[in-house]
Design a protein around this ligand. Structure first.
Ligand code: NCD
Length: 311
């Protein structure tokens, strides 16, 4: 298969084609074997990744850093851009330009929708969007989709239920678009009324003959869902703090509720969770957020870096 991802930016899932995703998932499987057998290799020796994070991150930041190291490369880890010249007022465009002279790939997280695209337009090295405000988070969606694919036969027969802050949750924006592209035909969006999935994403599905059900009550629909994807209410996007306080525990998935879910459903979450899945649920064999999503995040990011950085 031809590697069309070489030298490419990853800003949104919309520009990815099925063949790119197939190739990436094949490579992800290889990376899993490589890590398990040898820990990694030196194929990205002397390649440097700059990770510029203007918003907090635990998993995305550290898995990218781990991924480049397991393939022999180096990194510039800036998880706390406030300590750089940003504090003196330097723009994102100028900052990425600087790092493009030091590195071969830039991973950026910035609080504004569209910022990763702007960053990519300012430099010639590839840029990976690690979250542009409430916009998209394509690598999270890719690792989630890879995880789903490992557990289910075909995408077309799935009902995917997405729960929580669908308005501001960038992971679920990317995930919904990607799963629809790959053939999922039915979505149940479960959210408080003020945090519904953006209209353009719903319309994209409906116009493409997909089915969308939007509800507020999770308990009524959980029994119909094959992939239960939960997310936190995105506190940092609220200007009205009392509204956040009212909504933060709108959904809490407890063992009792999971009794109503399908026996072969899977339960996912991009993490961090802040109370929306009870700790008692972690030992449910259907819960994949610690066991699988984290591991797959590393393998998928290794695969992506390999494809972007080597022809
Ligand atoms: C997500 C994010 O930053 O959008 N976290 C992550 O990358 N796994 C989800 C979130 O913060 O809710």
């Amino acid at each position: 298969m031809r590697n069309r991802l070489f030298g490419k930016d990853i800003i949104t899932v919309e520009t990815l084609q099925k063949e790119d995703i197939d190739l990436l998932f094949e490579k992800t499987k290889e990376m899993e074997k490589l890590v398990k057998n040898k820990g990694g290799d030196d194929r990205l020796k002397r390649k440097i990744l700059a990770a510029l994070f203007y918003e907090p991150s635990t998993r995305t930041f550290s898995s990218f850093i781990t991924a480049i190291q397991r393939l022999g490369g180096g990194f510039i880890p800036l998880n706390g851009m406030v300590q750089t010249s940003v504090a003196k007022g330097e723009s994102l465009e100028d900052t990425v330009k600087v790092f493009s002279y030091y590195s071969d790939v830039i991973v950026v997280r910035f609080p504004e929708v569209g910022s990763a695209k702007k960053a990519a337009e300012s430099v010639s090295v590839p840029v990976i969007n690690a979250g542009d405000g409430a916009g998209e988070h394509p690598t999270q969606a890719l690792l989630d989709t890879y995880t789903i694919k490992k557990h289910v036969g075909t995408f077309s027969s799935l009902t995917v239920g997405i729960i929580g802050d669908l308005l501001y949750g960038r992971t679920v924006h990317s995930l919904t678009k990607l799963l629809f592209k790959l053939g999922v035909g039915r979505f149940i969006f479960v959210s408080p009324k003020v945090l519904k999935m953006p209209r353009e994403i719903c319309n994209q599905i409906k116009n493409g003959k997909g089915k969308v059900l939007e509800v507020e009550n999770l308990s009524d629909v959980i029994g119909e869902i094959d992939v239960i994807y939960d997310t936190r209410i995105q506190k940092e996007r609220f200007s009205d703090f009392s509204l956040y306080e009212r909504l933060k525990h709108f959904y809490i998935i407890e063992a009792k509720l999971m009794e109503k879910a399908k026996k072969d459903a899977i339960l996912m979450h991009p993490l961090p969770r802040v109370g929306e899945i009870a700790v008692e649920v972690d030992s449910d064999p259907r819960a994949l957020y610690f066991r699988e999503q984290l591991r797959n995040g590393l393998y998928l990011r290794m695969a992506l870096l390999d494809l972007i950085l080597r022809r």
